[in-house]
Design a protein around this ligand. Sequence first.
Ligand code: KG4
Ligand code: ZN
Length: 362
Amino acid sequence: MVILGIETSCDETAASVVEDGRKVLSHVLASSADMHAKTGGIIPEVAAREQVKAILPVINEAIENCKLKIENLDAIAVTAGPGLIGSLLVGVETARTLAYVWNKPIVPVNHLVGHIYANWLVAGSTWHVEKPQATSYKPHAPEFPALALVVSGGHTDLVLMTAHGKMKWIGGTRDDAAGEAFDKTARLLGLPYPGGPAIAAEAAKFEARNSKHEKLHMFPRPMMDEKNFDWSFSGLKTAVLRETEKLKNKKTKKLSGEEISCLAAEIQEAIVDVLVTKTIRAVKKFKPQSLLLGGGVAANQRLCEEFKLKIENLKLKINLHVPPPLLCTDNASYIAAAAYYNYKPVDWRKITVKPELTIMGE
Ligand code: KG4
Ligand code: ZN
């Protein structure tokens, strides 16, 4: 079964063609991130306008790249939510029109569930994963029960999956998402949007100078010792603000390069530490076969490294699956994969956008 996936929930316009939920035949992405880097965050109106311009060329390219014809497509999958309403509408209205004109089934996909399905993707014959993370990227399909940690710009959720479509929510953030914590603290350090990759790059400079992660304890780890599987990240930005105000040069009001990279390493360590500690605690409690990471923050190398270390040190019997970075951040391949494994087509007249959707549905 060949599915055309369409994703426009945030600032990306993406289309992919995926065979049998696993083989990526084409993977196309247009981003307006450069425009948002200048404004320090996403302006929804700007994102949606760019998506209107990009959507048809992106879909066209995805179909041309895999050398298939429209007749070869079995269905269209599209992100219905959560996300920015204007952005979601661009994808859903386009998908609906194509489903009607091409007479194809249309499958709405929950973006957050989609992130988990990046773990089922492998490179197909016409598309290759750039720089696969050979050590953490498992080419075999994940086995159930699986514990999935979804860490994106707007959401942080921990769910237990016993089968496709069978999910139980275990925990999540009480306030800011992990990606949001990276984005907001990066801004305090004067780093561009998106903050996650910018903080990771600065932290790498610090690590090149000092190799010990254990010493990084400048910022608090809220809720880490509580017996739930929840997180709280909003206090981090207050703590970072306080520290930057203390460190800033009195005359220039600026931080030095060394101070920025040190603070970035501390921020990354604080986020990684709480995410890994609580997730590993859930692994011990629920004893799943697989641990699946997904969402933009799963592209963080330090996070993967810490998960691997903990699993090895504690000799946990679990397979860690981490998609290669370009499948962690928003794209349409995982949307097509999620639609294949949770195939529920709807009437094209009835599909609606759901900006407030949670990982568990409505
Ligand atoms: O999943 P995603 O691409 O979009 C949403 O659904 O939100 O996630 C975007 C988030 C942003 O907050 C971004 O800063 C973060 O993922 N991110 C990272 C990295 N790459 C992207 N965070 C930490 N380290 C990274 N390498
Ligand atoms: Zn996302």
